[in-house]
Design a protein around this ligand. Structure first.
Ligand SMILES: Nc1nc2c(c(=O)[nH]1)N[C@H]1C(S)=C(S)[C@@H](COP(=O)(O)O)O[C@H]1N2
Ligand SMILES: [Mo]
Length: 202
């Protein structure tokens, strides 16, 4: 009799189909919290989301106005540059398409997202179209927790997760690209996990 050791792996690996895990990533069931600083506590009463177009004109939503906008639910995989991937996360929020409806985009090509903690990140406007991005206020059917960006965060799941600004409060339309926080510290300007664009030069 022999012990069958075929298939033994010293390290437990994900049984997920490898086609869903971008290069260099591993799947996790945890939801790690990654923030550059302390979690800002923003009450729904004081919360506002402001959108500034390229002319400098602004429009803003209170929590009540924002949550009255049409809600879209999505299930997506998220990929952090620190190498964890979390499959099948479910979110509810307002797609950028719904948010930008009626906004004069002019020559804008990029959105610079600003957050309550001072964080910024830049995302091409094209990547926010087609229902691929939202300002999310719900995670797994519950109000988004402060640690994960609540009351609301940007969610751009097809790019590395640093592009998904937590505690977002301002979306600035730009005609010329400008790096955000991590982008100016050497992270890739675009951040496609499938092309492993972790750092500038990748
Ligand atoms: N406002 C803000 N947004 C942020 C960050 C941050 O420090 N501040 N960290 C980014 C990084 S590097 C990652 S990986 C994700 C982590 O999100 P999580 O804590 O919900 O996992 O948020 C991104 N959004
Ligand atoms: Mo990150």
């Amino acid at each position: 009799m022999s012990f069958i050791t075929r298939g033994f792996e010293g390290r437990r690996r994900s049984r997920e189909p490898s086609g869903r895990i971008p290069p260099g990533q591993y799947a996790t069931l945890d939801f790690p919290v990654l923030s550059a600083g302390p979690t800002p506590r923003i009450s729904r009463e004081e919360w506002r989301l402001t959108l500034a177009d390229t002319t400098g004109a602004e429009r803003s939503w209170s929590w009540e106005e924002f949550t009255a906008l049409p809600v879209t639910d999505i299930t997506v995989d998220i990929h952090c540059v620190t190498k964890w991937t979390k499959l099948d996360t479910t979110w509810g929020g307002v797609t950028l398409e719904d948010l930008l409806a009626g906004v004069e985009l002019g020559e804008a090509t990029v959105v610079l997202a600003h957050s309550y903690d001072g964080y910024t990140t830049n995302v091409p406007l094209a990547d926010l179209s087609g229902g691929r991005a939202m300002v999310a206020h719900t995670y797994a059917g519950e109000p988004l927790e402060p640690e994960h960006g609540g009351p609301a965060r940007l969610l751009v799941p097809h790019l590395y997760f640093w592009k998904s600004a937590k505690w977002v409060n301002r979306l600035e339309m730009l005609t010329h690209d400008r790096p955000g926080f991590w982008e100016s510290y050497g992270y890739h300007n675009y951040g496609d996990p499938w092309r492993e664009q972790r750092y500038s030069g990748d």
